[in-house]
Structures are given as C-alpha cells and as structure tokens.
Design a protein around this ligand. Sequence first.
Ligand SMILES: [Fe+2]
Ligand SMILES: [Fe+2]
Length: 410
Amino acid sequence: MKFVPFFIFLLIIDIYFYLGTAFSVNKLTGNQNLYKIFYWILSGLIYTGIIYVILTYEKTTPSIRFNNSITYSSFIFIIFIAKFIGLFPLILDDAIRLFKIIFNFFGPSSSNYDSSRTDFLRKSALVISASIFSTLLYGMLFGRYNFKKNFKDIFINNWPKLKSEYKIIHISDLHLGSFNSVEQLEEVVFLINEEKPNLVVFTGDLVNNYYSEAIPYVNTLKKIKAKDGKFAVLGNHDYCDYVGWDRASQKWKENFNNLIDLEKKCGFDLLLNESRVINIGSSKINIVGVENWGAGKFNKDGNLEMAMQGVNNELPTILLSHDPSHWRQKVLKSKYRIDLQLSGHTHGMQFGIEIPHFKWSPAKYRYKEWAGLYKSNESQIYVNRGLGHLGYAGRVGIMPDISVLNIKTA
Ligand SMILES: [Fe+2]
Ligand SMILES: [Fe+2]
C-alpha cells in the first residue's frame, strides 16, 4: 500500500505528458490512434514491470544471483525522468493559458490565442524528452562498463627519492550488487594488472547492502596484483544500514563479519581505523585507513585518532577514507599531517562532462571535492569517480574510473 502514492505520481506524469503531446504527434503521424495505442501499451508494460520489481525486490537483492532488475528499473527510471523534465514546457503552456483565463475573467475579454506558441512548447517537450531519454539510454548501453584510466602525477613533499615512479592504482565504489558481470570485472583486473602497480587501494562500497552480493566476484578480485600490497576501507554501503536492520541484531553482525571475511578473501588488507607501514626501498611510508565517516546523515564509524595511534607522523602518510567530506570536516582540522587522502563515494553522480581542463557534474553542488585532485596547504585529496554504479545502471560523461596515481617527490 505504501507504493500507491508513488504509482499515482507516475500516472499523473504519464497522463499529463500524453495529453500535452498527443496533438502534435497525431499531426505528425497523420493517425489519431497510433500514438495512443503505442503509448498506453508501453506504459502498461512499464507498470507491470514496476509491480514485478517491487514484489521480487527483497528476494533478488540479497541473493548471490545477479540483480538483473537494476537494468530494468534503470530503464523505467530514464523513461520517467525524460517525461518529467519534458513536462516543464507543457506546464509553462498551461500556466500561460490559465493566466489568460484569469486575466480575461477580470479584465477586458480578449480572444487572441497564440497557437504557434503552444505548438512550439509541445514540440519542445517532445524534443527535450527524446534527448534526455536517448542520452541516458546511451549511458546504459555504452557508458556502464566503459572503464577509463585516469592518470595523475601527485607530488608529496617528503616522499622518498626513488629511481622510478611509485604507482598506486586507486579504485572505489564497486557496488557489486548492481555490477552484474564477472566478465567486465575480469576486464578491470586486466587493466589494473597491466599497469604493474606498487600498491592497489580500494576505497569502499564493495556492495550495495549485503555481503552475498560480492560472492560471485571474489575469485576475480583475488587476481589483482600489487608489489607492496592491496589495501581497502569500508564505504557507507558496506554496513547494511539501508535495509532496516538493527546493528545490534544477529543478522546484522553476521552480514558485517561475512563482508570483512570476503574482503580478506579478495586479498585486501582491510583497514578498520588502523595503519600499516610500507617499506619502499630503504624508506618507509604510512598507509592509514578509517571506517566510513560521512558528513550529514551518513554513518560516522571512522575514527582518525584511533587509526593514527602509534603512527610515526614524520613519515609520508596516505589516508584511505571513503567519503571525501571527511577531509574538510575532520582531517584538515586534526593535528595530524596527512599528505594525501584517497576517497570515492561521489560517483561523480555518474553524470556530467569531463574534458581536458573542464569538468562538471551535479555532484559538485553536493561535494566540494568530487573528482580528481584538490589541495589545501600541505594536504591533498584525490577523489575517485567510482567503478560501479548505483541506482542508474549507466554513466554519461563521468566514466567508471581506474585511477593511476604516480607519486613523486615534490
Ligand atoms: Fe558508492
Ligand atoms: Fe558511498
């Protein structure tokens, strides 16, 4: 029953869009019924599909089977988002009409009715909706697994002077519950290993909710090779906090412990508010990892003080922390010298524009640091755009990210 308002909302969008566009489409096709039949049969199929996804949701998400419903629900999402945005010219048209009716009621009657403007606004609605739909569909078909290596030189003041560059591969946000392809993850592993990295770091959100989502991928992630180790931290999605389970419950604890086990089976050294020292030639560096700490409503299990206990802060220090908001809110205000924080979480909203010297995404209005490298005095943060996807099973402009970071002495 809780979905009834949601259905009514979708139905209102559907009816409004149909009534606003039918006249123009019928004129275009020269047929009074073609659009009506096509539109409502398609809508009927979509509503049947939504009911199916809702009824089977709890059964499919925790399963070790692939969650194919995300592809379907994304398709439905892009249809409605395209219609919803297309409504704006239609609402504008109706608002002008309404204003005229009110004006004529109180003022001198005028019968001039600008049909060309109405026609223009109706056609605009169709063009806007079709453009949004085709762009988002393109992102599902060709952006979802279009992995991109983002190369970045990062200079750290007291970094050891080495004969060759020190290469860190940084990945994040696998969201394996919606990744839906072992073959595509094998491709990721190949792309990582061909770089022959010194270190591989994974900055969290292995799953969407349940540990079992990761089971089909363990053997693939195991194959990632790095000379000096593979390190990981947890993201907000790794705590199973979004399914209504109490953290004190047995099922929550089991899920959490199983997830930690799986991270280890994948070969990751999972850092839960702790640190490691890595030997690089005759020098040493610190790798520190905190649990998730996110501003606002996100969980705050990350504890920098605990993670930094016993750490020699004279050494170059890299912090793994899933949520970039942790940097400004906690890390920069702390007494510790963190040379570089590596984060993910934003996904670059899986939508935007990224070309040389220019990048934009709605993510920038939510996160000040949302993709790439940022500096504040002596500290730097690098934000990975995420490899997987959540919600929308696609990517437009901001591609799935394999960051290749070359660390150099400043
Ligand atoms: Fe994520
Ligand atoms: Fe996240």
